[in-house]
Design a binder for this molecule. Structure first.
Ligand code: AMP
Ligand code: TRP
Length: 328
């Protein structure tokens, strides 16, 4: 990897099957940018402990995300793939960040405010989540962090925290990262039109079987307009998912079919099912092959963990010096 390339870093939590919202919002960019950037892509397993507190579920979740990364086309020769828990330095830095951050500042985080508004029980991990994420990002000197819109604020926290550290300890150790958010897919809608989310039960899994695709698409609610009637595209949940799978020209053709009338919802759903199957099948098949070779997958993660940890250790050396604990 050449040193002149900018650095990309991002991660996905092992909290359940990834869906096409994760893919179009964030993961697709990891694949598309892997040649252009020096890339670090990881499994945010310690972030998931805020909600996943079961050994089997955690281990399986980690393996699943590793398989997902490889199946979507991340090339371990180009990308450093690793799991967060292989980098103890993340927690060391997280603690230092805790000490330079105020409670009111963390209380402004969307995720915390949402949980509080819903009267959920909030553990300290959820509260501190943005600073653990800042440690992930800043330890690797990331220039860009490709994420979905819902993570934008977290990347801003990482920027602020970098600046705060540099000011407090009178150093230039941390770079200020930028979020990379694709304009036209900021938030991928689910089958009910709300944000596609594991917690809403409105997802299309990225590695869905044909039957699962069919079931998800058939569950999309529609209004009572007849086949010939013109149909709106903006409020149309079928179109809003289908458009993600099309290039500009085909997207316009599909939009016209709706707005001109003549395309019924049944036919539209059948079209979406076929488009999803064509898009998902090759990745699903690749994933099925990889499942049989977990040793190779583990070797990739271990090697990636070593590389990422070596970089993190170099950064932490500078941090320890700046903080003043390194006295020898
Ligand atoms: P998570 O599963 O929460 O770790 O999310 C992984 C990535 O997917 C993050 O960058 C999220 O911002 C992104 N993401 C999750 N849901 C959506 C969605 N409905 N639309 C766009 N991006 C999403
Ligand atoms: N918080 C991210 C999510 O929920 C996952 C994550 C953890 C992450 N650390 C990160 C993403 C660092 C990008 C960079 O999706």
């Amino acid at each position: 990897m050449s040193n002149s390339k900018k650095i990309l870093l991002s991660g996905v939590k092992p909290t359940g099957r990834v869906h096409i919202g994760n893919y179009f919002g964030a993961m697709k960019q990891f694949v598309e940018l892997q040649n252009e950037y020096e890339s670090y892509v990881f499994i945010a397993d310690y972030h998931a402990v805020t909600t996943v507190q079961n050994k089997e579920q955690m281990s399986q979740g980690i393996i699943d995300v590793a398989l997902d990364y490889l199946a979507i086309g991340l090339d371990p020769k180009k990308v450093v793939l690793f799991k967060q828990s292989d980098l103890p330095q993340v927690h060391e830095l997280n603690w230092i960040f805790n000490c330079i951050t105020t409670m009111p500042y963390l209380m402004r985080a969307h995720a915390y405010k949402d949980a509080e508004a819903k009267n959920k029980e909030i553990n300290v991990g959820i509260f501190d989540y943005p600073l653990l994420m800042a440690a992930d990002i800043l330890l690797q000197d990331a220039d860009v962090v490709p994420v979905g819109q819902d993570q934008k604020q977290h990347v801003e926290y990482a920027r602020d925290t970098a600046q705060k550290f540099n000011n407090v300890f009178n150093s230039e150790i941390f770079k200020l990262p930028e979020p990379l958010i694709l304009k036209n897919v900021e938030t991928v809608p689910g089958t009910d039109g709300r944000k596609m989310s594991k917690s809403y039960g409105n997802v299309i899994p990225l590695f869905a079987t044909y039957e699962e695709i069919k079931k998800a698409v058939m569950s999309i609610p529609t209004d009572s307009k007849g086949v010939a009637e013109p149909k709106d595209t903006e409020t149309n949940h079928i179109y809003n998912i289908h458009r993600l799978l099309l290039n500009n020209a085909d997207r316009q053709i599909l939009a016209l079919k709706y707005t001109n009338g003549g395309l019924g919802y049944k036919e539209a759903k059948e079209g979406l099912i076929e488009a999803l199957e064509a898009f998902i099948r090759p990745m699903r098949e690749r994933r099925e092959m990889l499942v049989h070779d977990l040793d190779t997958v583990f070797d990739i993660l271990k090697a990636g963990g070593q590389r990422a940890s070596m970089r993190a250790e170099k950064k932490m050396d500078m941090v320890r010096k700046a903080v003043g604990v390194d006295i020898y």
